[in-house]
Design a protein around this ligand. Structure first.
Ligand SMILES: *Cc1c(COP(=O)(O)O)cnc(C)c1O
Length: 418
């Protein structure tokens, strides 16, 4: 059994901020990213957290075990239920998203499976906006349905359709914001309001915005999910996921995680803690690079259309400017062919192959820019009509801007397009 007190921070008595200088209320995003969740005094007087390379944790005596079980002492027991490094990251993420608690997972998908499973039973239903990550929807459509959990999808941002899809058995409304690769922006307050009025849990996959650009919990959403593999880790060197929300909602999630075993190793947790320290700095640069690249592409004669929330031409630009700190690093654009119509897939692939700075590959959110043609990278084995249904034309390019210099990214795209 996982310890009952697993949600209690191990070092709750020693907050990193405020000790000795009185309480500091809501420090800025960078101060939070650097200090939140960490003990002020650490083993060995080290400024950084140790990596406890341990699969198990020992007790001085039988009495110590009984005290631990009866008094719900905040300490570790066995590595599958968590480790001290993970708890530091969980506290940091909870503070960044202004949630009560966070549960860390081995990947973003483990977090999605891990948050849905303990909250649904046979006969329940889940409603998704249809631009959500395709593996998330595949898990519900192909797997949860085998256990009698119903799955419905409605058009992204069609709030009336989402509300109409709710039945007395609906347990979850799930969305993503911004969506990938279409970059639609959800009105988080409106989404949360639908859930509240119908007594249904709301979950937003906020991987693309991160707490730096939007904190959905403050809009009233119940649960926030991140693939920490992307911006939170930030260096294309780790996989992780997280769910943030109230203790009540996360308690069964943590218990099931202890059974499923989708935890992070102490080494991985440390890499994530290290990456998170620069989240605010990196996100400001991702936001600036995304905007600079989107503005350049919008004026280029070989580009049909650019999707970027920071552009006035974006369908959800007003909502994004009102609610988000920045548009993020992802820019989606469509190439024009020499005849003026949409470029064919080969011409589009030639542009991808000519860029010199972004590397060709899936994923996003790291310091290195990544470029891909969704048709090839994610939808090559789908029929043309399926790709149309997913909204993936042959001339679509997705550029995940890293933190390189914007001028260099723009110059590189210019040479690839010319
Ligand atoms: C990558 C991604 C996921 C899955 O996360 P993994 O860490 O790869 O398991 C889920 N949602 C979104 C929006 C993503 O970009």
């Amino acid at each position: 059994m996982p310890p009952k007190n697993a949600v209690e921070p191990t070092d709750a008595a020693a907050p990193a901020m405020g000790a000795g200088v009185g309480p500091i209320r809501h420090p800025g995003p960078s101060t939070t990213a650097v200090h939140a969740g960490e003990a002020r005094e650490k083993p060995g007087f080290a400024i950084t957290d140790p990596i406890f390379a341990a699969s198990t944790y020992t007790f001085a005596s039988t009495r110590a075990i009984i005290d631990f079980l009866e008094e719900e002492q905040p300490r570790e027991e066995y590595g599958r239920y968590g480790n001290p490094g993970e708890k530091v990251v969980e506290r940091k993420l909870a503070e960044l998203d202004r949630g009560e608690d966070a549960v860390l997972f081995a990947t973003g998908m483990a977090a999605l499976v891990g948050v849905l499973m303990p909250h649904v039973s046979a006969g329940d239903e889940i409603v998704f906006f249809d631009e959500c990550y395709h593996r998330s929807r595949e898990f519900c459509r192909r797997h949860l349905t085998r256990f009698g959990v119903g799955f419905r999808e409605v058009a992204t941002c069609d709030y009336d359709a989402m509300e109409a899809a709710i039945t007395p058995r609906t347990r979850f409304l799930v969305s993503e914001s911004p969506t990938n690769p279409h970059l639609s922006i959800i009105d988080a307050e409106r989404f949360a309001d639908i859930g509240r009025r119908h007594g249904v849990l709301t979950l937003i996959d906020a991987t693309l915005c991160t707490p730096h650009n939007l904190r959905p919990l403050e809009a009233g959403v119940d649960l926030v999910l991140h693939s920490a593999t992307k911006y939170l880790g930030g260096h294309n060197d780790l996989l992780a996921g997280a769910v943030i929300g109230s203790r009540d909602h996360l308690e069964p999630v943590r218990r099931l995680r202890g059974i499923m075993g989708s935890v992070n190793s102490p080494h991985n947790a440390y890499l994530l803690e290290r990456g998170l320290k620069t989240l605010a700095l990196r996100m400001d640069r991702h936001n600036a690079n995304g905007l600079a690249v989107a503005r350049f592409l919008e004026t280029h004669p070989r580009i049909e259309r650019v999707l970027y929330p920071g552009l006035a031409s974006h369908p959800y630009h007003d909502l994004a400017s009102r609610t988000m700190r920045g548009g993020g690093g992802l820019v989606t654009f469509f190439l024009r062919g020499t005849d003026g119509g949409p470029a064919d897939w080969r011409t589009t692939a030639e542009v991808i192959d000519r860029v010199r700075i972004p590397r060709i590959g899936p994923s996003l959110g790291g310091v290195e820019s990544l470029i891909e043609q969704p048709l090839v990278m994610s939808y090559w084995n789908y029929a043309p009509e399926e790709r149309r249904a997913f909204g993936i034309p042959d001339n679509m390019i997705r550029l995940a801007c890293g933190i390189e210099d914007a001028d260099d990214l723009v110059a590189d795209l210019a040479q690839a397009l010319d």
